[in-house]
Design a binder for this molecule. Sequence first.
Ligand code: FAD
Ligand code: DHB
Length: 389
Amino acid sequence: MRTQVVIIGGGPSGLLLGQLLLRQGIDAVVLERRTRDYVLGRIRAGVLEVGFVNLMQEAQVGARMLSEGIPHDGIRISYDDELFRIDFARLTGTPVVVYGQTEVTRDLYDARDAAGGKTVFRAENVQIHGANTDAPHVTYSEDGQIRRLDCDYVIGCDGFHGVSRRTIPQNIRRDHEKAYPFGWLGVLSQTPPVSEELIYANSERGFALCSMRNPNLSRYYVQCPLSDQPGDWSDDRFWDELRRRIPPAAAETLITGPSIEKSIAPLRSFVSEPMRWGRLFLCGDAGHIVPPTGAKGLNTAASDVHYLYQGLLSHYLDGDSAGLDNYSADALLRIWKVERFSWCMTNLLHRFPEQSGFDLRIQRAELEFLHENEAAQMVLAQNYVGLPY
Ligand code: FAD
Ligand code: DHB
């Protein structure tokens, strides 16, 4: 078989790029290792930047997101007995939209079905051949049969553990990594959110986050040791710990219920450079990871999609390959700024095992400065609502 673009990975970045290309008449096949239900069962990000929202609309898959997504004009930050608000509307004029990654992915799969885009699920042993030649191809097995797809370009949207990044030779790649000494335990529950806006809490017992998906679906996180397993945390233990980390007024009104999902994610910062090798391009988590503090993972995948889409469009429609040639440099310029922001937010809000008394006082001074200083709030707000593409 032959197609113009092979997209490896049917997560949000692969599907969004596929949909944008399909609408322009550019043929793209998506190869996904898992089943659709498995992909839709993963509970991940929940906050969308305006750039993401615009891309969904450009791909003509924004209708449900616009009607069911909840615009948020600010977030709350708490530390010790203090609570303050970062007012995105006043500081930037731009809201973020709360709409879960699961729903984004569902909308993209539905649109792909409707447009007749080809998706291969359970594609096993995907391998990229000749990425650094003018005639790349991809092999995979489907129901035990080995298949071959010839193409112009291969896009690696296959996440951190995918095959695409590993296809780029070690002597070409520079990987930069920082692992954090804790994880996030996340719980989804069919209960009304404790607050109308997200609360990011720095407490002496560790970080906590109160988020949501809709008026009857809450998403909460607590910082936990990396050695913990979800099974170590009964629902009661989780709710008790959350209550002890969030502002007392929120703790008193928190409505609890059975968890419908509970998982632990390690925190990591990671960037692999360059994001292009010949005709192979990395996009989203395949090329970089941020710790989730600041809600940037999914949004940064979308900014890659933007640069790649523009590059492919200019190439196929105008024969101009400058966008593709500059993709890695353009995408990385923005990615490193987002890495910086996510690292800053992680340092500001978590308790680190090796933190000295001095480190703690510096962290508190930083929170106090942010609390009282509008310029500092502006910097946070601009980064949170999303840097321009
Ligand atoms: P992915 O969503 O990882 O999609 C990659 C796809 O490729 C997957 O469907 C996978 O099955 C498929 N694949 C992998 N290998 C292969 C292969 N060899 N062949 C074919 N297909 C393959 N971000 C936030 O902003 N907030 C959060 O709260 C948050 N929580 C997270 C929790 C976890 C556990 C993880 C892992 C990530 C979280 N993120 C969060 C980050 C965010 O979800 C990601 O940035 C986003 O999913 C990136 O999208 P993607 O399409 O690039 O990669
Ligand atoms: C969510 C996750 C985040 O990492 C974040 O910063 C905000 C919200 C969420 O899952 O809702």
